[in-house]
Design a protein around this ligand. Structure first.
Ligand code: NAD
Length: 249
């Protein structure tokens, strides 16, 4: 794809990069976004019916089973060329912090070196009462959907993700915010910029004077104010950027 004039020179002159990714980043690996995940036996539920603490309190088995389905899907997927291109781009900056809303570990699998997970990790289970991580072996060897927690007598195992209405891990959000204030360029990739507080990061970067580059095939509230808005998929845009950066080395 043809990149807009000035994009590569802007990246060449930048020292600190912040990359925010959302569910659209994983779409080309075959991980459905929330909205796309509501198909088949799940189509009568909205994400808000399944991804909240209240949903888990009301029907832990339903929520556990939905996450078990998503985990199974994620076990079979691999990073795509866009994930690899982000790893390649690291060499052009003094620092590149990758802040993801995704819970699938695809950036880590691709080899990104500095990843902050804002919304947790779907492969991890935690105690519903204490938040402590529960060993995978415990989950496998104990009955129940979900199994009881080993950490609290009223606790159950629950997915180690941040649900609607829950606080983000403070350390992760603080680091992402600090970088949003400090970066020279900020990518916003495959995110609708609707789910707060993660959605605020590119807007903070913009206010603080960074060049914002959005990659999303569908326009969002960021598109008209970002310096560069690439209406393309993550793999298309990122591979084109990495290739042009190599050519202009
Ligand atoms: P979202 O609000 O981040 O929206 C997804 C965005 O991706 C949309 O704007 C869409 O236009 C865009 N998109 C779709 N295909 C794309 C592609 N190929 N390249 C680039 N952009 C593309 O995501 P959501 O589905 O509403 O989920 C909200 C939150 O739920 C996530 O931020 C995350 O915490 C969690 N979630 C995670 C995963 C995962 O780990 N892969 C999947 C689903 C949901």
């Amino acid at each position: 794809m043809k990149l807009p004039e000035g994009l590569i020179s802007t990246l060449r002159n930048a020292n600190k990069a912040l990359v925010l990714t959302g569910a659209g980043m994983s779409a080309e690996s075959g991980v459905p976004t929330f909205r796309d995940a509501q198909s088949g036996m799940w189509e009568k539920f909205k994400p808000e019916d399944l991804a909240t603490p209240q949903a888990f309190r009301n029907n832990p088995q339903l929520v556990w089973d939905w996450y078990a389905d998503r985990r199974n899907n994620i076990r079979g997927v691999r990073p795509h060329a866009g994930h690899a291109a982000l790893v390649e781009l690291e060499q052009y900056f003094d620092s590149l912090l990758l802040v993801t809303q995704n819970v699938d570990s695809l950036h880590q699998q691709a080899g990104s070196s500095d990843v902050v997970e804002l919304h947790g990790n779907i492969m991890r289970s935690i105690c519903s009462e204490t938040g402590q991580v529960i060993d995978e072996q415990w989950i496998k060897s104990n009955p129940g959907r979900p199994p009881a927690s080993p950490h609290h007598r009223h606790g159950l195992a629950r997915p180690g993700v941040v649900w609607f209405g829950e606080e983000l891990p403070a350390g992760a959000m603080n680091r992402a915010m600090a970088e949003a204030y400090n970066c020279d360029v900020c990518f916003s990739i495959g995110t609708s910029t609707l789910v707060q507080p993660a959605a605020s990061l590119p807007f903070i970067a913009l206010e603080a004077g960074a060049v914002v580059i959005e990659i999303n095939p569908v326009p969002t509230s960021l598109s008209s104010i970002a310096r560069f808005s690439l209406q393309a998929t993550a793999a298309q845009a990122l591979t084109a950027i990495a290739a042009d950066m190599t050519r202009h080395k």
